[in-house]
Ligand binder design. Structure first.
Ligand code: CUA
Length: 360
């Protein structure tokens, strides 16, 4: 007991150092035990996760050191009752200053070099790369495969193990193309094309998220990416082409309603409109549960049949705005994005299911 007391008097910081070492060990154990990331679905994911774990582990002792010095100072140098003296003037400590500049400089340089090596690996150009154009607009993503005869699609489908280069654009404001499972994220900037490379390495369906506050429908600007076996990719492309010419009816097993529902969701209509049949609850644009009655009413005013009215609302949305909604909210690009047959499928579907049931 006596010798412990003597030691404490000789080394007043020993206790602090021991406590700090304990706090560091606990901190690192906590950091490593948390599952920070979703599953790894691209070849870069492992390296990126390791980099983040290293960064997190390195920050623990730094955090503990700063907190230990701060807390120690608060207790050791606090003012005693009745002590009205000024603090002693301090004129610097060259040795200490050299240490606290040099050590962080070394740590930051090593981490920067490590980060650069990882980034360089991710951005490496690989052979047999598939190019996909990604376009963001309020409030949906659309995709084009320039090497597959400029196939336009509202779904992102990628072959497994084939390097992909995304060229990201936007038609309106800033969006941010993010696939958390790929550890891939890049801004879609008006007037610019941003590039990002990824090699999907795991089959499955993963969320595609917009990670930039882009307007009222931002939170609903979510789609998904499907990674399929490379051997199935060509037949998917053929199926999509077929869908362009028959409105997706064959792919839905001849069921027109199912084809329409699929198109409604794939095109991202559900982000802005409510429609019970498609389990859509968007409120940016008009509720489509009673579109049949609305189309009859508003169509009549413009001497259009309900079919013409709905078609017009999809392809030229700003020629008539439903009272209570703002002009320019609905993108004017669906006439390019969807084929004639797809628009027909969609119109027929909406008029078929968009009848508010009186019985309910
Ligand atoms: Cu697009 Cu948020």
């Amino acid at each position: 007991m006596a010798s412990g007391e003597a030691m404490r008097r000789r080394h007043p910081l020993l206790g602090v150092a021991l406590l700090s070492a304990l706090a560091t060990a606990i901190g690192i154990a906590i950091v490593l035990s948390i599952d920070w990331f979703p599953s790894q679905a691209s070849t870069a994911a492992k390296d990126i996760d390791e980099l983040y774990y290293v960064l997190a582990v390195v920050s623990v002792p730094i955090f503990v050191l700063v907190m230990a010095v701060a807390l120690y100072s608060v207790f050791a140098f606090r003012v005693r009752p009745g002590d009205m003296r000024d603090g002693e003037p301090i004129h610097g400590n060259t040795r200490l200053e050299i240490v606290w500049v040099t050590i962080p400089f070394i740590i930051v340089s090593i981490l920067a070099a490590y980060g650069w090596v990882v980034l360089n690996d991710i951005e490496e150009r690989k052979q047999d790369t598939l190019t996909v154009d990604v376009t963001g607009q309020q409030f949906a993503w659309s995709f084009e495969y320039p090497e597959q005869g400029k196939l336009q699609s509202n779904q992102l489908v990628l072959p497994k193990d084939r390097p992909v280069r995304f060229r990201v654009h936007t038609k309106d404001v800033l969006h941010d193309f993010w696939v958390p499972h790929f550890r891939l994220k890049t801004d879609a900037v008006p007037g610019l094309t941003t590039d990002i490379r990824v090699t999907p390495s795991r089959l499955g369906t993963y969320p595609v998220v917009c990670a930039e506050l882009c307007g009222i429908g931002h939170a609903t600007m979510r789609q998904s990416v499907r990674v399929i076996p490379a051997a199935q990719f060509d037949s998917w492309v053929d199926e999509q082409r077929q869908g362009k010419s028959d409105g997706g009816v064959a792919a839905a097993g001849g069921d027109k309603t199912a084809a329409g529902r699929q198109l409604f969701t794939d095109t991202g209509c559900d982000a802005c409109h409510a429609l019970a049949d498609a389990e859509a609850t968007g409120s940016v644009g008009p509720d489509l549960n009673d579109i049949a009655a609305a189309a009859a009413r508003y169509g009549k005013r413009q001497s259009q049949s309900p079919t013409e009215y709905v078609k017009n609302s999809i392809t030229k949305p700003n020629t008539f705005i439903v009272p209570g909604f703002r002009e320019g909210l609905m993108p004017e690009t669906y006439s390019e994005q969807l084929s004639e047959a797809e628009i027909d499928t969609l119109v027929e579907y909406l008029l078929g299911v968009g009848k508010e049931k009186d019985a309910q």
